[in-house]
Design a protein around this ligand. Structure first.
Ligand code: HEC
Ligand code: HEC
Length: 362
C-alpha cells in the first residue's frame, strides 16, 4: 500500500514525459553523429581573413578573365544562386569539353576533410590551385581519372592568370592591399589564397535540421523526424555524419551491390587515380549532404536526377537494403531539411582592363 502512490506518481510522470523522452532520445542519437553549421565563417589555419583578402577573393571567384579564354570563372561551374554547383551531369570546360564529373558544391566545402570526389586536395587553397589550372582546357584524360583538373606545372593557364592580373591596375592595387607585406604580391599562390578565404564565407547555417538539433522541436515535421531515424538506423550515418553529413571519409561506391555502369561508369576509378592502390578502385569521397536538395543531379556521374531515387540507389548499393517507397520518401524529406540559409553575395565590380592588358587566347 505504501508503494502505491509513489509508483503511480512515477508512472504518471513517465506517461506525461513519454513523447518528450522519445524526442530527446532521437535528438541525443542525432547529436552523437551530426553538428550544426556554425553561424560565423571559420578561419583557415595560417590564413587570417582580412577585408582586403575577402574583397579580392570575391572578385577572382567571379572573374572569367583569369581563365585563358576569358570564358570560365569559378562561378560558371559553381553558381551561388543554384546551390553552388552547375546542375549538369558533367561540367563543361573550355571549348565545350566535358569534365566527366558533376560539379561539387562549394557551399560548406571549408568543412570537408578532403576535397574533390577522389579526395586529391587536402584543403581549400590546394583545391583552388588545381581548379584554376583546369581552365585552359588542356584536357588530359588519364586512365581511371577525371578528364580535367590535372595540374601541369608549366601550365599556360597559370601564366595567363598572373600576366592578366598584373596587367589590370585595379588588381595590382587589390593584391597590394590584400598582401601588404609582400614586394611582389601578384602570384598564382596568392590568388588561390584569396579565393580560399572568400570560399570560407560560403556557408549555410540555420537549416531546419540545425534548428531542430539545437532544440526547436517544430523545425522538423513528423515525416522528416521519421526520415532522420531511418537515416541513422539503416546505417546511412555510418558514412554521412559530422558537420557536413559527409565529406569526411571515403567509401567504395557499390560496397554491397554495384549500381551498374550508368550510375557508376566503369572508366572513372575515383580514388585509385590518387593512391594507385587497387583497393581504392571505385572509392569516392563520401559526398556531403548539406543542401543536397539544391544539388541534383546526383553522384559523381550526375546520372540520377531525383533525390528519392538517389536515396534508393544508396540504400541498395552501400547497405544492401531495399527501402519501401514510404521509407525512401521520408529519408528524402529529412534530407530536404538540410537546406540552410544561402549566402547573400553582392556581385563584385571587377576592375577594367586597359590597352596593355593581355588578351584572351582563342
Ligand atoms: C569547368 C567547371 C569548373 C570550374 C571553372 C571550376 N570548378 Fe570547381 N569543380 C568542378 C567539378 C566538376 C568538381 C568535381 C571535380 C572532381 O571531383 O574531380 C569541382 C570541385 C570543386 C570543389 C570541391 C568541393 C568538395 O566538396 O570537395 C571546390 C571547393 C571547387 N570546385 C571550387 C572551385 C573554385 C574556387 C574554382 C575557381 C578557381 C572552380 N572550382 C572552378 C567544376 C569546376
Ligand atoms: C559505405 C558508405 C555510405 C553509406 C552507408 C551511404 N552512403 Fe551515400 N554516399 C557515399 C559515397 C561514397 C557517395 C559519393 C558517391 C559518388 O558520387 O560517386 C555518396 C553519395 C550520396 C548521395 C549523393 C549526393 C550528391 O550530391 O551527389 C546521396 C543523396 C546519399 N549518398 C545518400 C545516402 C543515404 C540516404 C544513405 C542511406 C540509405 C547513404 N547515402 C548511405 C557513401 C555512403
Amino acid at each position: 500500500m505504501k508503494m502505491r502512490f509513489p509508483l503511480l506518481a512515477s508512472l504518471l510522470a513517465l506517461l506525461a514525459a513519454g513523447p518528450a523522452v522519445a524526442a530527446d532520445s532521437l535528438r541525443d542519437q542525432a547529436k552523437g553523429l551530426f553538428q550544426p553549421i556554425p553561424e560565423t565563417p571559420p578561419q583557415l589555419p595560417g590564413e587570417p581573413t582580412t577585408p582586403a583578402k575577402l574583397k579580392l577573393g570575391k572578385m577572382l571567384y567571379f572573374d572569367p578573365r583569369i581563365s585563358e579564354s576569358h570564358e570560365l570563372s569559378c562561378s560558371a561551374c559553381h553558381d551561388l544562386g543554384m546551390g553552388g554547383g552547375d546542375s549538369r551531369a558533367s561540367s563543361i570546360a573550355r571549348g565545350w569539353q566535358l569534365a566527366g564529373r558533376k560539379s561539387q558544391t562549394v557551399l560548406n566545402a571549408v568543412f570537408n576533410k578532403t576535397l574533390f570526389f577522389d579526395g586529391r586536395a587536402s584543403d581549400l587553397k590546394d583545391q583552388v590551385l588545381r581548379s584554376v589550372t583546369a581552365f585552359p582546357g588542356a584536357m588530359q584524360k588519364t586512365r581511371g581519372g577525371p578528364t580535367i583538373f590535372n595540374p601541369a606545372e608549366s601550365n599556360p593557364a597559370k601564366t595567363h592568370a598572373v600576366e592578366f592580373l598584373k596587367g589590370v591596375p585595379g588588381y595590382v592595387d587589390a593584391f597590394k592591399k590584400a598582401f601588404p607585406d609582400e614586394a611582389d604580391p601578384i602570384t598564382y599562390d596568392n590568388a588561390a589564397r584569396a579565393i580560399a578565404v572568400f570560399e570560407t564565407t560560403l556557408i549555410t547555417p540555420d537549416a531546419p535540421f540545425d534548428r531542430w538539433l539545437k532544440g526547436d522541436d517544430a523545425a522538423l515535421d513528423d515525416s522528416q523526424k521519421q526520415g532522420l531515424k531511418l537515416f541513422m538506423d539503416k546505417g546511412c550515418s555510418n558514412c554521412h555524419n559530422g558537420v557536413n553529413i559527409g565529406g569526411a571519409s571515403f567509401a567504395r561506391f557499390g560496397l554491397v551491390h554495384n549500381p551498374g555502369p550508368d550510375i557508376l561508369p566503369t572508366d572513372d576509378w575515383g580514388r585509385f587515380a590518387v593512391t594507385k592502390n587497387v583497393a581504392d578502385k571505385y572509392v569516392f569521397r563520401v559526398q556531403e549532404l548539406r543542401n543536397v536538395e539544391l544539388n541534383a543531379p546526383y553522384f559523381h556521374s550526375g546520372h540520377v536526377w531525383d533525390l528519392k531515387k538517389a536515396v534508393e540507389v544508396m540504400a541498395d548499393a552501400q547497405l544492401g537494403v531495399q527501402l519501401s517507397d514510404d521509407e525512401a520518401g521520408k529519408i528524402a524529406d529529412f534530407l530536404k531539411s538540410l537546406t540552410g540559409r544561402q549566402p547573400q553575395v553582392t556581385l563584385p565590380l571587377m576592375p577594367p582592363m586597359v590597352a596593355t592588358t593581355p588578351r584572351p587566347q582563342p
